[in-house]
Design a protein around this ligand. Structure first.
Ligand code: HEC
Ligand code: HEC
Ligand code: HEC
Length: 250
C-alpha cells in the first residue's frame, strides 16, 4: 500500500494495468475540468448575486425578499408582516425600483456587501439552526462592522450617495443638511450638537422609516414623508416583533 503511494511517474504508469491516456489528452481533460469547475463557480456566483438566492437558501430571508419585491408607492407590508401605508418608506423597496434611483435594479448585495466572514457566520447559523425569527434588527453600524467601516458609510458608497461625502470619505453633515433643506423641518438639521442620531434610526430597509425627532417634537411642523411612522409607532413595531420572536419554522 505504502509502496503504491510513493510510486510516481513512469513507474506508476508501468505498474497500472489500465492504459493511461497520453499526456496531452490528460492535460486537455484537466483543462476542461478546470473550465467546468470555473463555469459552475461563476454560475453560482451570479446566482448568489441575485435577490432570489438569499431566500432560496435560507427561508428566514423570505420577508426581506418580499419587502424588496413590492411595488413602490403603494400600500404594502414590512418584514414583520405589519401593514405599511406607502412602501416608499422602505429603503429596500424604494431602491429596487429603477425610477426612483435612475439606476439599474439595486440588489440585496449592493446594500449588503457580501463580506466572507459574515457569510460564513450566516451559513453556520443556518446549518445549526442557531437563529430566530424575526432576527434582532441590526443597526447600520452592526451591518458595516463586518467591513470595518462606520454605520454612516452604509449609504455613501461610490455609485450611491457618494455626493454626501466629505474629504475624509465620511458623511459630511453639512452636505447632508443641505440635501434636505427644502423640508420645513429639516430632519438632517444639526440643531442639537449632542444628539448623535444614527442614519438607521430613521431610515429603515425593510420596515417603515421612522421620524425619530417626533420622540420630542410633536408639533405640527414636523414633516412626515408618506408612509413614515412616528418614534412611538416605530418603538411599538419593534416591541411587537420582539414579543413574537420564535425559533425557525421548519
Ligand atoms: C431624523 C431622521 C433622519 C436621520 C437621522 C437621517 N435621515 Fe436622511 N432623510 C430623512 C428624511 C425625512 C428624508 C426625506 C424623505 C425621503 O426622501 O425619504 C431623508 C432623506 C435622505 C436622503 C435623500 C436626500 C436626497 O439626496 O435627495 C439621503 C441620501 C439621506 N437621507 C441620507 C442620510 C444619511 C447618510 C444619514 C446619516 C448620516 C441620514 N440620512 C440620517 C430623515 C433622516
Ligand atoms: C437599499 C438598501 C437595501 C437593500 C436593497 C436590501 N436591504 Fe436588507 N437591510 C437594509 C437595512 C438599512 C437594514 C437594517 C434593518 C432595517 O432597516 O430594516 C437591512 C437589514 C437586513 C437584514 C437583517 C435582519 C433584520 O431584521 O433587519 C437582512 C437579513 C436583510 N436586510 C436581507 C436583505 C435581502 C435578502 C435583500 C434583498 C432581497 C435586502 N436585504 C435588500 C437595507 C437594504
Ligand atoms: C431628546 C428630545 C429631542 C429630540 C430627540 C430632538 N429634539 Fe429638537 N428640540 C428639543 C428641544 C427641547 C428644543 C427646544 C430647545 C432648543 O432649541 O434646544 C428643540 C428645538 C429644535 C429646533 C429649533 C426650532 C424648533 O422647532 O423648536 C430644531 C430645528 C430642532 N429641534 C430639530 C430637531 C431635529 C431635526 C431632530 C431629529 C433629528 C430633533 N430636533 C430631535 C428636543 C429634541
Amino acid at each position: 500500500m505504502v509502496e503504491n503511494k510513493i510510486e510516481t511517474g513512469e513507474a506508476a504508469e508501468a505498474a497500472s494495468p489500465r492504459k493511461k491516456a497520453p499526456r496531452g489528452r490528460r492535460l486537455a481533460i484537466v483543462g476542461i475540468a478546470a473550465v467546468l469547475v470555473a463555469a459552475v463557480g461563476i454560475g453560482f456566483w451570479e446566482w448568489h448575486e441575485t435577490p432570489g438566492f438569499c431566500a432560496s437558501i435560507c427561508h428566514n430571508m423570505d420577508p426581506y425578499l418580499e419587502t424588496y419585491l413590492q411595488e413602490e408607492g403603494v400600500a404594502g407590508v414590512d418584514k414583520y408582516g405589519n401593514a405599511v401605508s406607502d412602501t416608499t418608506a422602505l429603503l429596500s423597496t424604494r431602491h429596487r425600483e429603477t425610477n426612483a434611483t435612475g439606476k439599474p435594479e439595486i440588489r440585496c448585495m449592493a446594500c449588503h456587501h457580501p463580506v466572507i466572514k459574515q457569510q460564513i457566520s450566516e451559513a453556520v447559523q443556518q446549518t445549526t439552526g442557531g437563529y430566530e425569527f424575526p432576527q434582532t434588527e441590526p443597526t447600520l453600524g452592526q451591518l458595516t462592522a463586518w467591513e470595518g467601516t462606520e454605520g454612516t458609510q452604509f449609504c455613501v458608497n461610490s455609485g450611491c450617495h457618494s455626493y454626501l461625502r466629505g474629504s475624509d470619505g465620511l458623511v459630511d453633515r453639512k452636505k447632508l443638511e443641505e440635501s434636505t433643506s427644502w423640508m420645513d423641518f429639516n430632519p438632517h438639521a444639526q440643531h442639537h450638537e449632542n444628539l448623535k442620531v444614527e442614519c438607521g434610526e430613521c431610515h429603515k430597509g425593510h420596515r417603515a422609516s421612522v421620524m425619530m425627532c417626533t420622540g420630542c417634537h410633536q408639533h405640527e411642523g414636523v414633516s412626515m414623508p408618506s408612509g413614515w411612522v412616528t418614534k412611538a409607532e416605530g418603538d411599538r413595531i419593534l416591541a411587537d416583533a420582539k414579543a413574537n420572536t420564535h425559533a425557525p419554522l421548519s
